[in-house]
Design a protein around this ligand. Structure first.
Ligand SMILES: [Zn+2]
Length: 443
């Protein structure tokens, strides 16, 4: 069965290489491709097949797929059990370990990508078969990273700083809620504010990043989701971005969502991978994106750090004061104060990891984890409930946002050495390469 599916994948790969479906259209690659698929190409095809097969058992698993529909249909018809897919992934992983050392760095990154991603497929398949992992074991197995643990003292110290910034009586969370209430984007102004934010992010990104000419995305407003925003990449440089309007959306979320989901975040990351790796190099493994995999740490980390790349702190406040606050009908003179408080609350992001750790490791119940989020992440009860729902669905994935951002930022800043233009160059290079979390520290 595996052979049949592999033969289909290989023939489809050949069709792509010959330009049969218009995906491979770079004449410079003709000579390379004429030599036929390499061992890495074969491993890549097997990887796509395995990820799609596991996706048949886990509806959240395949976040994007824009390869041939025939391949997915063939895999759907084949219906391999989870245990068999796990065996396939183990065989693929063993094969990648035995591959000769590639000559170029990009080929080495590609080999390491298939190796590390296939190890994560094994782990996810094991989880689907009932294997229980701790929070740290799961994040290591799925995301190639382990988040530092923080005790209550760490968060208490941050809460003391917020206490001083928000004078008055009552709990800090109550005062924060009252303060933030003045910065909610009115529902009827949400789209105009969001579209302006997208325009700002896109314009700044285009100054530094060459994007495919026909890239674009559409925005939809949805409800009843565990997440606040989502990018569904469609292929052909198109995304559908969904914004969840279940809860009030504060002014900081406009640029945050526009950059994170759009420019230079997920939309740009996916478009650059498609352009440079799938179309220019014919690397089929990037036509599929398994959500529970190391690639997600790079995706979420770069999307979060990308906000600061596009809008360094002072520029962000000035731009929002001039454009977004007036459009949302908010008092622009409060922008600096708002972001002083916002920066302090942002440092509480790791409190979400501790709630997830407690929930997954069995040291917190859902109710006590929600209370933890209210106390240490300063979430309103409804937002804490939404986050618990997210943790139940996505589990250790939470580390990809905060640890991911810190790892990507450290990597880019180390190589850029304070040069703003180099920051964009290194950042763009990361978004166009197969680099994974462990590769962020080794370069
Ligand atoms: Zn994201």
């Amino acid at each position: 069965m595996a052979l049949t599916a592999f033969a289909i994948a290989a023939s489809l790969l050949a069709a792509r290489c010959s330009g049969g479906n218009g995906i491979m259209n770079d004449p410079n690659k003709a000579e390379v491709l004429a030599t036929g698929p390499t061992a890495l190409d074969a491993a890549a095809s097997e990887y796509v097949r395995i990820v799609l097969a596991l996706g048949e058992h886990d509806s959240d698993y395949v976040d994007a797929y824009y390869g041939p529909a025939e391949l997915r249909n063939a895999i759907r018809a084949d219906a391999r059990p989870v245990e068999a897919i796990r065996g396939d992934a183990e065989a693929l992983h063993a094969k990648t370990l035995a591959l000769p050392e590639p000559e170029s760095e990009i080929e080495r990154l590609r080999r390491d990508y298939i190796k590390t991603q296939s190890a994560a497929v094994i782990a996810r398949a094991a989880m689907l078969s009932g294997v229980q992992l701790t929070f740290d074991e799961e994040s290591k197995a799925l995301y190639d990273a382990v988040a530092p643990a923080h005790g209550v003292e760490h968060f208490d110290e941050l809460l003391r700083e917020l206490d001083a910034e928000l004078p008055g009586d009552g709990a800090v969370s109550t005062r924060l809620d009252a303060f933030r209430a003045k910065f909610v984007i009115p529902t009827e102004k949400l789209d105009v504010v969001f579209q302006k934010a997208i325009e700002g992010c896109r314009e700044r990104t285009l100054r530094h990043v060459a994007l495919p000419a026909d890239e674009s995305f559409t925005v939809e407003y949805v409800t009843d989701k565990s997440w606040s925003g989502y990018n569904w990449y469609q292929g052909n440089y198109r995304s559908v971005i969904q914004v969840n309007t279940d809860l009030p959306i504060y002014i900081d979320r406009a640029l945050d969502l526009a950059c994170h989901e759009g420019y230079p975040g997920h939309h740009v990351y996916n478009a650059l991978l498609e352009q440079h790796l799938v179309r220019e190099r014919g690397w089929i493994e990037f036509t599929v994106y398994p959500l529970f995999s190391p690639q997600s740490l790079i995706a979420e980390g770069s999307a979060n750090y990308g906000i600061e790349v596009a809008f360094p702190k002072d520029e962000k406040i000035a731009w929002e004061r001039e454009h977004l606050f007036p459009l949302a009908g908010l008092d622009p003179s409060q922008a600096e104060k708002y972001y002083r408080v916002f920066d302090l609350t942002a440092k509480l992001a790791y409190a979400g990891n501790e709630a997830a750790r407690g929930l997954l490791d069995g040291t917190l119940t859902e109710d006590s984890a929600a209370l933890w989020l209210e106390k240490y992440a300063l979430m309103a009860p409804e937002r804490a409930k939404q986050r618990i729902r997210f943790i139940r669905q996505y589990r250790a994935y939470v580390i990809n946002y905060n640890l991911g951002k810190d790892l990507v930022e450290a990597y880019v800043e180390r190589l850029a050495n304070g040069d703003p233009e180099a920051r964009w160059t290194i950042f763009t290079e990361l978004l166009s390469s197969p680099r994974l979390p462990s590769g962020l520290v080794s370069r």
